[in-house]
Design a protein around this ligand. Sequence first.
Ligand code: MV4
Length: 498
Amino acid sequence: MFKKILIANRGEIAIRVMKACREMGIESVAVYSTIDRDALHVRTADEAICIGEASPNESYLNIDAIIKAVKETGAEAVHPGYGFLAENYLFAQRCEKEGIVFIGPDSKALKLVGDKVASREVTEKEGITLIPGMKDKSTDVNECLSEAEKIGFPVLLKASAGGGGKGMRVVNSKGELKDAVEAGMREAQTAFGDPSVYLEKYIEKPRHVEFQILADNHGNAVHLFERECSIQRRHQKIIEESPSTALDDDLRRKMGETALKVVEVSGYTNAGTVEFLLDENGNYYFLEVNARLQVEHPVTEMVCGIDLVHAQIRIASGEKLWFSQGDLSQRGHAIECRVYAEDPESNFLPSAGKILYMKEPTGPGIRHDCGVYSGCVVSVYYDPILSKLITWALTREICCRRMAAALSDFPVLGIKTDIEFLHDVIVHPEFLKGNTFTNFIPVNMPDWKPVVDDEMLNRSLLSAAIYSDNVGKRTVVSGKSEEFPSPWSTLGDWEIGK
Ligand code: MV4
């Protein structure tokens, strides 16, 4: 087993990995940019090393600086977390060349699953179902027309250089296609410098269902069932859960087998995720492999009772998988809410600044994977995720209640967060019914506004009024003239946020 691991990341995921290291008796090394000097991941690590300026290209994305830090600290392995260099095969390749263990798949598998065209080809050859669509991208309107007729309307026009849903448009009939393709190509050229597009069968009201897998370097692989990630805002996941309300045992078994087949044909090892779109009739289509530990991995951990970071580290160190598919089952239900420093009242604009006060929810079945603390500064340089709140309970209903209660017991002052918004999604009747589709937010929460709690507002105004009326005035206490006391010194045992 490794003695020392460098974590090439920041925020909650760096801390999550450090906790696993500590539990396993492995020393952890944090890397940080100049603006992250006081960040929580630096304080949590056994050792920390500055790797450059705030801009990600000069620090967390700087391969040379990270390799140098590994050598200087004598770490044997690197955990990349998610984002930054996690899926960069050149980084994995560099580690391989330098004799450093990259905790993830090897660079060859990483390169294959990162190339969408190549991975579609490999998987389709094995009989894995993809969304019916064009084999190749195109810039020819007539070719698009004949392909669309073969696929059948409605079709979805995607920019071939786009990702994360950028540049997609639905085309309902032949008559609309020419204008749509021309507009789509112009948009793709402007946005990505590449006008080529392709067409797919449009899946209406799909769900995003993904399977967690673990594969060792000895040919053994298991899946740890599914996560449902359909609640998204502009292609950004915000709430995930496991099990999915859309699967029965039969579909779950079939999708799990497909996921394992994808892993096998890609030569993929370590932890990974196989993504599917699931339609309303229970047809599922392979989308892609995410070659990393995912943000939403905790819901799988809670339901399966497996620590995925421990597993990643043990697999990377060469261990054989120590359990088989038959040993795994789903117990209870878990939900994760992503806490972002974003202002839901201003179009979810990032909200930077100092966290003046924060109280983390705690209690039975509550887990908080957190990257910040009261008093720390949230900068504008990185992804605005602050933490993840995860609840577990035996049933989905109790799990939702637990999540709603935990979100209500989670004051964060100084910056704006999406906590209230998340709460209102969780208590929405459609969410409680399990009607979680990818269009949930636009359909069910179109013009969300926070509920103003009149009693809380009145109390705050009253306190402020009493205080401001007395500022600078003097009063007589025990015959002596004194400055009017501030509520901070007279209220006694109290807490902000209660
Ligand atoms: C689709 C689709 C419907 N039909 N493809 C969006 C991002 C990309 N990863 C795939 N996406 C979609 N592709 C076809 N043929 C609907 C979506 C989609 C979506 C997918 C997963 C999660 C959230 C989504 C939100 C809107 C659209």
